[in-house]
Write a protein that binds this ligand. Structure first.
Ligand SMILES: *Cc1c(COP(=O)(O)O)cnc(C)c1O
Length: 429
């Protein structure tokens, strides 16, 4: 698989390099030179397969050149060795596609665990690797757990202090061993900026074998394509005809993966890009002006991002496929509407959490007659226990993944959002 740098198309790399570098020159994202296509005969075969076999087939379309199918199958099996996504009916024509049944209770487990497998596989010489990643809450946990205890891999996770839920923090800041966590006195965008600065420091990068694990890493995106096929396989022929998928968006990795599944040939009629009040993309789609404002804190904190990294990939994909951006539906939902919507879902018999609620809200507002809608359940409601309980006045039980960690002490360090401070940490700890 060849990939090019979106900021400088002359820079072309193979899959291995893209996975190891994360970002290219000038912090450009990598994008596939070839966009494979699955034709309809093959598609109906693929849809009948089990999740692991099907995912291997899909990933193989991109990386058949570097990894044989049988080897890939082994790694996919290890990566996705947890409870598969579940579809839950909310109303007749709206269902939730729940992606939060993995070890850290959010969809990030798919990308992070597949990426860990790829890094393991590609690190043939067993060199020391430092994984540096910024998180708005759930990536950190998924990445930490995916790499926990792995030899030669050190993981450093930056997150905005006080801006993720207590339980999110407990899930990954209590691990120790090869996992180090740093709370940053700033926003998620500040954390992301620090990561980019580290990658720009060539010497440092080589010295510590720097690798990124943000949703910018191509291996994570590829892994996420797989569950869109799973969603499609779970719905009826009738529902497949007019399928609309609403995606809660932060860094827009999940939506990018969904659009890639469509570009592969999965006949999804339309996507809805759903944000909270950090609505740079919805405003851009409305008036064509990219005007990123300061990030504001909301109750759907994993989506508190005003400069979504993956957006350039989405634009590139539309350009390459000659799709029209006007066909992408969009919307943003305020905190007060999110709360209302959580109550509405509760009355329908479903306990959700703020991120998925945003997607449900826009789906139910925008779904046309004869369309069928899926919204993605990106996190388990227990991860946002405090806020959900306050809104619904109903107790949320903790699943075992969280129960076992709530009483452990936090092991995080804390620094200001200054690159020299981070650099010192990376070299010393
Ligand atoms: C990360 C995350 C999102 C945003 O996903 P992106 O791929 O960054 O757009 C939405 N909801 C939850 C719960 C998340 O953890």
């Amino acid at each position: 698989m060849k990939l090019y740098n979106l900021k400088d198309h002359r820079e072309q790399v193979d899959f291995e390099t893209a996975v190891k570098l994360g970002l290219g020159r000038q912090q450009g994202l990598f994008f596939p030179v070839k966009l494979p296509i699955i034709h309809s005969d093959e598609l109906s075969e693929i849809l009948k397969m089990d999740f692991i076999t099907r995912s291997t087939e899909i990933l193989s379309k991109f990386i058949y050149h570097e990894i044989s199918k049988s080897e890939l199958h082994k790694h996919v099996k290890k990566a996705f060795s947890f409870k598969h996504p579940i579809k839950t009916k909310i109303t007749e024509n709206i269902h939730c596609f729940e992606l939060f049944h993995g070890p850290t209770l959010a969809f990030k487990d798919f990308g992070a665990r597949f990426m860990a497998q790829m890094i393991l596989l590609l690190n043939k010489k067993n060199e020391s690797v430092t994984i540096l990643t910024a998180t708005s809450g759930d990536t950190g946990a998924a990445v930490a757990h995916a790499f926990y205890g792995m030899k030669n891999v050190r993981v450093i996770i930056l997150y905005p202090k006080g801006k993720i839920s207590e339980l999110q923090e407990k899930l990954f800041c209590t691990l120790d061993k090869n996992i180090k966590t740093i709370s940053i006195n700033g926003s998620f965008d500040d954390c992301q900026k620090l990561v980019k600065e580290a990658f720009n420091d060539k010497k440092l990068k080589e010295l510590i074998g720097l690798n990124s694990a943000n949703s910018i890493n191509i291996s994570r995106l590829l892994a996420q394509i797989c569950y869109y096929f799973e969603a499609f396989s779970l719905i009826s022929e009738e529902q497949r005809k007019n399928l609309v998928i609403a995606v809660p968006c932060g860094n827009f990795g999940n939506l990018t993966a969904g659009l890639l599944s469509k570009s592969l040939g999965l006949p999804i009629k339309s996507f809805i890009a759903c944000t909270n009040s950090n609505d740079t993309v919805p405003r851009f789609l409305k008036n064509g002006v990219w005007d990123a404002k300061k990030t504001v804190s909301t109750i759907s904190n994993a989506m508190d991002i005003s400069q979504p990294n993956n957006w350039t990939r989405i634009e590139e994909l539309f350009h390459r496929k000659k799709w029209n951006l006007k066909e992408l539906r969009f919307g943003s939902v305020s905190d007060s509407s999110t709360k209302e919507t959580l109550k509405e879902l509760f009355e329908l018999g479903y306990i959700s959490e703020p991120h998925a609620a945003i997607a449900y809200r826009l789906l139910r507002d925008q779904l046309k007659k004869n369309e069928f809608g899926l919204f993605l359940g990106t996190a388990h409601p227990a991860k946002f226990k405090n806020i959900v309980e306050k809104i619904l006045k109903n107790e949320i039980l903790l699943p075992d993944e969280l129960k076992s960690r709530v009483d452990l002490p936090l092991l995080s360090h804390n620094i200001n959002p200054v690159f020299s401070k981070l650099k010192k940490f990376l070299l010393e700890k």
